[in-house]
Write a protein that binds this ligand. Structure first.
Ligand code: FES
Ligand code: FE2
Length: 368
């Protein structure tokens, strides 16, 4: 696995952005432990329903705040009190913003700086996202609207957790512009259209493949619209009798290692989902996970792509890396980077009609 600094995409180790940390149903009044952004964290849901993520270790003597319900302390310890969490060791309590709010056996005035690192969380369609910002600022963009979530025609997703992967999240994200692998890895017959559009914190890819019969005649078109919102949330739509939306989120656990979350939503063929729609949904969910595993067969064994040797016909990887660098640079640089990245790039060519454009904007000058 390679680290952020080896890719040369910016000065921060972990990106600024909204990143998924759990399925909503997994965050309860019983604190659970996790690891993100190189830190052990504790996740819980306060009495008000508010999800909370804090640094895991108590500043007093270092107890892990998720220890309790399954340990010997279970008899004595009530951990979540209102929206606060109580340390199992000496009972100090901390609020959702991480500040220490109570030391039960002392009347000292608690300094405002005594506390834990906290993350701003947002519940988003069955998922919990954390705002991570190396500069400690407020969100610079919003998570996307998802009108399908409240549309009775659509079957909502169930979140599938994906095993941790020794892959830098840059490489997972830029996979969205990897045109040619769709034929070789995913079996698309002919790739006829591929346009990547960079727009602020969003990067979108519209791609069309043709499905051929054994004689080579075109029997169907397969169009996918894939959108990254920020560094780590992909939504991909395909049209059809039952429109489908694929969801993939990936969050750094360590520098160069991510944890993934996957989901599928599907629109019913009629006004509301019936049994046939639910069957179609389950088979699409399995198909999508299988496609993901096809990618992972490559990712698990490849060496990191610290620099892409990009030729005409590949997708716009270097433009993508420019766009992606906005999340690893100070926010004072965001507008400049977005201005340099914004715009649409068409990648032409198929296996039977290669793109012969002589000039490739993305090849470094020193490469042939
Ligand atoms: S270690 Fe947490 S209160 Fe003492
Ligand atoms: Fe893929």
């Amino acid at each position: 696995m390679a680290k952020t600094s080896e890719y040369g995409i910016g000065e921060f180790t972990y990106p600024r952005g909204w990143m998924m940390v759990a399925a909503s149903e997994k965050v309860t009044e019983i604190p659970s432990e996790a690891r993100f952004f190189g830190e052990d964290v504790v996740l819980y849901r306060g009495a008000s329903g508010r999800p909370v993520m804090l640094e895991a270790y108590c500043p007093h003597m270092g107890a892990h705040l998720a220890v309790g319900p399954t340990g010997a302390t279970a008899r004595h310890c009530v951990q979540v009190v209102g929206d606060t969490i109580r340390c199992p060791n000496h009972g100090w309590r901390f609020g959702p913003d991480g500040r220490c709010v109570d030391i039960p056996y002392s009347s000292i005035s608690i300094p405002p700086t005594l506390g834990l690192r906290s993350w701003l969380l947002q519940e988003w369609h069955g998922c919990i996202f954390a705002w991570n910002d190396p500069e400690g600022g407020d969100p610079t963009y919003q998570l996307p609207e998802l009108p399908e979530w409240n549309d009775s025609r659509w079957i909502r997703w169930t979140i599938d957790e994906v095993a941790e992967m020794d892959v830098h999240q840059l490489e997972l994200a830029e996979h969205g512009v990897d045109k040619i692998h769709n034929a070789n890895v995913h079996g698309h017959d002919r790739l006829v259209g591929h346009v990547a559009t960079f727009d602020g914190h969003r990067a979108q890819t519209d791609s069309t493949s043709e499905i051929l019969d054994p004689e080579g005649a075109v029997v169907a078109h397969f169009t996918t619209n894939s959108r990254y919102a920020g560094p780590a949330l992909l939504l991909a739509y395909t049209e059809g009798e039952r429109p489908t939306m694929f969801f993939f989120a990936h969050t750094p656990v360590e520098d160069g290692k991510v944890r993934g979350f996957h989901g599928v939503m599907m629109g019913a063929a009629g006004a509301t989902p019936d049994e046939a729609d639910r069957e179609a949904y389950e088979s699409m969910r399995a198909y999508s996970l299988d496609a993901f595993m096809q990618d992972m067969e490559i990712f698990k064994r490849k060496r990191p792509t610290l620099q892409v040797v990009q030729i005409p016909g590949d997708g716009p990887f270097r433009r993508y890396r420019k766009w992606y660098s906005q999340f690893y640079m100070p926010r004072s640089e965001t507008a400049r980077i977005q201005e340099e990245a914004n715009g649409a790039v068409t990648t032409e060519g198929t296996h039977d009609a290669p793109w012969r454009q002589a000039v490739c904007e993305a090849l470094p000058a020193e490469q042939p």
